[in-house]
Write a protein that binds this ligand. Structure first.
Ligand code: AMP
Ligand code: MG
Length: 433
């Protein structure tokens, strides 16, 4: 935490209580605020055309408008029969045909009869099974079971309503909409869907050294890449990013930017949260009465990350509700890792999903790695998987500023804090991105 000796205002100071949490405790702390995070989204539910709903979060359940399947459906091309009679092996006479989209209008099938049937056609009355065309002997207008072939009642038939009953919820509120959900909506005849409003997210990059893309950096300056990385991550998470102007490491500029930022549903700061003399973000937030749920996490990269909430405020007759914020460390890989660990689950929560934390998978470590006691490490790595297994290998990196290494990676290999040695062949977690 910085002691802000560069500023004359002595009322400034770091948050009074420092809370540096273990990684898992920090994730739990974020999830503990799930209900309030969800309640903090101002954007209303929207009704959108079905094909524009992909990637959004469902806000009104999709309900089956009729039984699924709507009739006893044949899953094979073959013959509708009475199972016991067919399995006895005698000749059955073919009395008709039923195609997908047709219905059998003749009398109920008798024991010595069969009806030719296609995949997707309704089972004729009287029949209780379908035998595959490959399993019968054909002789003119008659069939019989091939030697040793039998069929059981119900075989190759999906009963009416067995996938879903009319009125049953087939996709729950909070589901992310993809092809599977859109197919169910189409099945239920829904040409529009209600989706959750997108949270609006303010992105405040802080740092005296930063310049924007339209500016030419001098030899000491760097371009504000975090603003763009965060805007992309926010967009990919389904929310609306707003990149505010860069804030210099001075109190007045930070105050100004926070005043703009609190009009949004969530605030992300990048930089200015470490121990440096000009890391003022926490001080200024504390001055505004912010609560801090954690002021650091025992992880690497990402240790200085801050999570808190600005109190409700009235100004010029307008009410700014309480606003959650994350202070992400400025080192670009730290920014991205901490986004995936803490911000992404928060955004998914705000969109209505029932979130259990960051997205992890398991993979086999390809080589030995040293851990660090007491720190959860998440190192840029490549996950390669095939049909049988997933293996993960670290990419070489120069530390948490190494954007090039970060781009060579496709995930972060996770090394928990309680071991210092990891061996090739160990199964470890990877943080997906
Ligand atoms: P800070 O967290 O402010 O101490 O910054 C840590 C490191 O990240 C420094 O090397 C900064 O120059 C760099 N950094 C901070 N903000 C950004 C940004 N928006 N884009 C790229 N690098 C940044
Ligand atoms: Mg800085």
């Amino acid at each position: 935490m910085a002691i802000s000796s560069n500023l004359p205002d002595t009322s400034l100071g770091p948050p009074t209580v420092l809370r540096v949490l273990d990684f898992e405790a920090a994730v739990d702390e974020v999830l503990r605020h799930a209900a309030e995070l969800r309640g903090s989204v101002a954007g209303a539910t929207e009704e959108v055309p079905l094909l524009e709903s992909a990637g959004r979060m469902l806000a009104r359940a999709i309900v089956a408008d009729r039984d699924q399947p709507p009739f006893d459906r044949s899953t094979r091309d073959g013959f509708a029969v009475r199972a016991t009679a067919f399995s006895a092996g005698g000749w059955l006479s073919i009395v008709g045909q039923v195609r997908a989209g047709d219905v059998w209008s003749g009398p109920p099938l008798a024991d010595n009869e069969a009806i030719e049937i296609m995949t997707g056609a309704p089972l004729p009355a009287g029949a209780d099974a379908v035998t595959m065309v490959e399993h019968v002997e054909l002789d003119g207008g008659n069939i019989r079971a091939q030697q040793g072939r039998r069929v059981s009642p119900g075989e190759n038939v999906v009963p009416q309503g067995s996938e879903a009953r009319a009125g049953e919820v087939v996709v729950a509120v909070g589901s992310t909409i993809g092809a599977a959900e859109i197919a169910l909506a189409a099945t239920a005849g829904e040409s529009t869907l209600a989706v959750a409003g997108r949270p609006s997210v303010a992105i405040v990059a802080t740092g005296d050294e930063l310049v924007e893309l339209h500016e030419t950096p001098n030899s000491r300056q760097i371009r504000n890449s975090n603003g763009y990385a965060l805007a992309t991550l926010v967009h990919l998470a389904g929310a609306l990013p707003y990149r505010l102007a860069i804030a210099r490491d001075v109190r007045e500029e930070l105050l100004q930017r926070i005043a703009e930022a609190r009009q949004h549903d969530l605030i992300l700061f990048s930089g200015g949260v470490s121990m440096g003399k000009y890391d003022l973000v926490e001080e200024v937030l504390a001055e505004l009465g912010a609560e801090f749920f954690f002021t650091g996490v025992k992880m690497q990269p990402g240790k200085p990350i801050v999570f808190g909430r600005l109190p409700e405020r009235r100004k010029d007759g307008s009410l700014f509700p309480a606003r959650y914020f994350f202070g992400l460390p400025g080192n670009p890989v730290s920014t991205q890792v901490t986004f995936h660990c803490f911000v992404e689950p928060s955004l998914r929560t705000m969109l209505g999903e029932d979130v259990s934390g960051p997205r992890f998978a398991q993979a086999t470590l390809a080589h030995d790695v040293e851990g660090k006691q007491g720190l959860t490490r998440m190192l840029p790595a490549r996950l390669e998987s095939d049909f049988r297994q997933a293996s993960v290998r670290l990419v070489g990196w120069q530390g948490s500023g190494d954007l090039a290494a970060n781009a060579r990676a496709n995930c972060y290999a996770v090394f928990p804090p309680d071991r210092t040695e990891f061996r090739a062949g160990d199964v470890i977690s990877v943080l997906l991105r």
